[in-house]
Design a protein around this ligand. Structure first.
Ligand code: HGY
Ligand code: MN
Ligand code: MN
Length: 424
């Protein structure tokens, strides 16, 4: 193990773990089917608002100056010695899916706060300021567009678009920001940071399969989300002959099977397809469904393969509609991001930091979307992955990374941030 250089710093892993477990209790629920304790902190719900207030408290205790912007993004700022220098930004999200674990996003936010706590304790100054960001609605599962807060901060999506998004109850994001008290005054478009580094759990099996503690993330694969609505005709399940039916559920099932056949065909590279949401109406045993609503989530590391998969799926929907009298299908794009490569130089700083901590590392592409892919449009950006247990399961209460794994990742984050911000 190489002897650590003076700017190789380690954080207080016990304090980091305590904050992770504390935050996980906000929005916690007991899954009586599995006996597991999960987290449900959908963006801008009361639980998310409570989590936000807890994090702001920790930021203030760490001596950060906190600002909240018009998207509800939260930034905690630690001044540097050079007031003209752009900040080194870190962070992630604390909103969760409805069946989450304790780590997705939270590790990056609480890890960033733990880094600045450590710098403060050690009396370490940096030339560049350091900021810890908490981005709104990263998951996209309430208002339908993922990486939303960071996309508006980076200018890919407009504030008006984001504020107008509604959840399944028709509540707008803008209204929920006001209701929860997180419609902040700060300008939402971020000034160009000096660099951005996000620490996040891998949410997959690769680091564990290779028995490596740290991932140096090379980029994020492309993401395509669409909502498909199928309108058929309600009919009595017993009296209606098959040839007179316009069965919306049947069409939905054909779409589910078709997207999987696209994956299995191998014609679209390393395509991944998921129908995560599927409802039928009126959803009663003895009525042929009149309507079906579903989402299709496509992922692909290659933009050309992704474009072709989207085109071919659109052609399949059109054929399905023309082939079945009485059926109409509409598709609404929810989210769409291209493959985003991360900065080579920042990746090298991360890899060197891992080496200096005596930690083996490997490079890998992110299967999940992250705020880093949005901030990468503004400045040199990369990510640190922390290995997960149980095949890296995530978006599930079984999501788990060990205290050691989390500490390793945040130690690498601390040293990386210190080197990017310039210790003085
Ligand atoms: O959907 C994703 O990849 C991320 O978890 N928002
Ligand atoms: Mn995440
Ligand atoms: Mn997630």
């Amino acid at each position: 193990m190489t002897s650590p250089t003076p700017d190789t710093i380690t954080v207080n892993g016990d304090r980091l773990w305590r904050s992770l477990m504390d935050l996980a209790e906000i929005g916690a629920y007991d899954d009586d089917r599995t006996g597991l304790r999960g987290v449900n902190r959908l963006a801008l719900t009361d639980a998310d608002a409570a989590g936000r207030r807890r994090v702001i408290g920790w930021m203030e205790e760490a001596g950060l100056t906190v600002r909240i912007d018009r998207m509800g993004n939260i930034y905690g700022r630690r001044e540097g010695t050079d007031p003209t220098a752009a900040p080194v930004l870190t962070g992630s999200h604390i909103d969760s899916v409805a069946t989450a674990g304790a780590f997705d996003g939270c590790l990056g936010v609480l890890g960033g706060i733990e880094v600045v706590r450590t710098l403060k304790e050690r009396g370490i100054s940096t030339r560049h300021p350091i900021e810890v960001g908490v981005f709104t609605e990263e998951e996209g599962v309430r208002f339908g567009t993922d990486m939303l807060g960071s996309a508006v901060a980076a200018g890919r999506l407009t504030l008006a678009y984001a504020h107008g998004l509604t959840d399944r109850d028709g509540l707008t994001l803008g209204g929920e920001l006001v209701r929860t008290g997180f419609a902040g005054p700060a300008r939402v478009r971020l000034d160009r940071p000096h660099a951005y580094v996000e620490c996040h759990i891998e949410q997959g099996p690769v680091l564990a399969e290779n028995d490596v503690p740290v991932g140096v993330v090379t980029g994020v694969q492309s993401i395509s989300w669409q909502e498909i609505t199928i309108n058929g005709r309600a009919a009595h399940a017993g009296t209606t002959p098959t040839h007179l039916r316009a069965d919306a559920a049947l069409a939905a099932a054909q779409i589910v099977v078709h997207v999987r056949s696209m994956v299995d065909s191998g014609a679209y590279g390393d395509l991944r397809a998921t129908v995560g949401h599927l409802t039928v109406h009126p959803d009663l045993t003895n009525i042929v469904p009149a309507r079906a609503e579903m989402t299709v989530d496509l992922r692909n590391p290659d933009d050309a393969h992704m474009a072709r998969a989207e085109q071919d799926l659109a052609a399949f929907l059109s054929d399905l509609e023309s082939g079945r009298p009485g059926l109409t299908l509409t598709s609404r794009r929810m989210a769409r991001t291209a493959h985003v490569p991360f900065d080579e130089e920042v990746q090298k700083v991360i890899a060197q930091a891992a080496d200096d901590h005596g930690l083996s590392h490997m490079s890998l592409l992110s299967g999940a979307g992250h705020d880093a892919q949005e901030i990468a449009a503004l400045c040199p950006t990369a990510m640190i992955f922390v290995r997960g247990e149980y095949d890296g399961i995530s978006h599930n209460p079984r999501e788990y990374s060990t205290p050691e794994a989390c500490t390793y990742g945040v130690n690498v984050l601390a040293t990386t941030l210190l080197r990017l911000a310039g210790q003085v």
